[in-house]
Write a protein that binds this ligand. Structure first.
Ligand SMILES: [Zn+2]
Length: 278
């Protein structure tokens, strides 16, 4: 009797759980190809593994201040206030699937010579002062951060690690908690180049995230128009060329209804740049 009850309650739980999860998934569908994150990684890997990989990568980054000179958040409250505002605006768009599941921790890397930003699986975001100082307004940076957030929210890095290691090897690493093997994963994630389709998807989701915020949804387009063929591998190598990316972003925006705001926030962005160490 007890056993039967247990089985029934487990079945009810499973049904309830899948109903909730598919209701959420429904809300993330749109007519422009938008859908909940899925694919092989969605079936085979729990998001707790994205978080593990993200933490391991964060540890690697933040124990290497020569390569990654992180701007201290406690002694630099003003620049962090600016970058937290951009992050919060994106997260509050209602379009980030794992908004409440990942920490979305953001850190500024104090390196004026590097035009880069990236986000690990599980939502650890790094933005270089080089790219902040190079851009003209807050909407361009929001477009870039939307793109980076999308790589984590769509689980692109986790999916790549799944392809490289296979599911059993990854589970073994997480179960054993081997520091060395986690460090190897972190090193691979830091050297990762995303596929063209992942890049295109991250561009599309940048538009979706910004749509409904105070920013122009095509922030990423203005970024690509400005950066052209400069920048780092995260934005450029193995990627669709910048012209194709610009037109893809335009198409996504048109498909979503050609709406949204058109704020660029030039003055506020200037205040952000001026608050950074010289
Ligand atoms: Zn990218």
């Amino acid at each position: 009797m007890f056993k039967t009850k247990l089985i029934i309650s487990a079945a009810v739980f499973a049904l309830t759980f899948s109903a909730c999860s598919s209701e959420k998934d429904e809300a993330f569908k749109d007519n422009c190809g938008g859908k909940a994150p899925g694919g092989a990684v969605g079936i085979l890997m729990d998001i707790s593994q994205d978080l593990e990989m993200g933490k391991a990568t964060m540890n690697q980054i933040e124990s290497d201040p020569n390569t990654y000179p992180i701007l201290d958040s406690a002694s630099n409250p003003i620049p962090y206030e600016h970058i937290y505002r951009i992050r919060t605006n994106i997260l509050n768009s209602g379009k980030v699937y794992y908004k409440d599941d990942f920490p979305w921790r953001v850190r500024i890397v104090k390196d004026d010579n590097t035009l880069n930003a990236f986000c690990t699986p599980g939502g650890y975001i790094y933005v270089y002062t080089g790219i902040i100082k190079y851009l003209d307004n807050e909407t361009q940076l929001a477009g870039v951060m939307g793109h980076e957030i999308a790589h984590a929210d769509r689980r692109h890095g986790a999916n790549q690690m799944l392809k490289i290691y296979g599911v059993q090897a990854l589970i073994d690493i997480f179960t054993s908690g081997s520091t060395q093997q986690l460090a190897n994963i972190a090193a691979q994630l830091l050297a990762l180049k995303f596929s063209r389709s992942d890049e295109t998807e991250a561009d599309d989701y940048s538009v979706r995230y910004l749509y409904g915020t105070e920013y122009d949804p095509q922030g990423a387009k203005y970024f690509f128009q400005k950066i052209g063929t400069q920048g780092t591998p995260e934005f450029l190598s193995t990627h669709p060329n910048p012209e194709n990316r610009v037109s893809n972003i335009e198409e996504t925006w048109k498909c979503l209804g050609s709406g949204g705001n058109n704020g660029t926030f030039d003055q506020r962005y200037l205040d952000f740049k001026n608050s950074l160490p010289k």
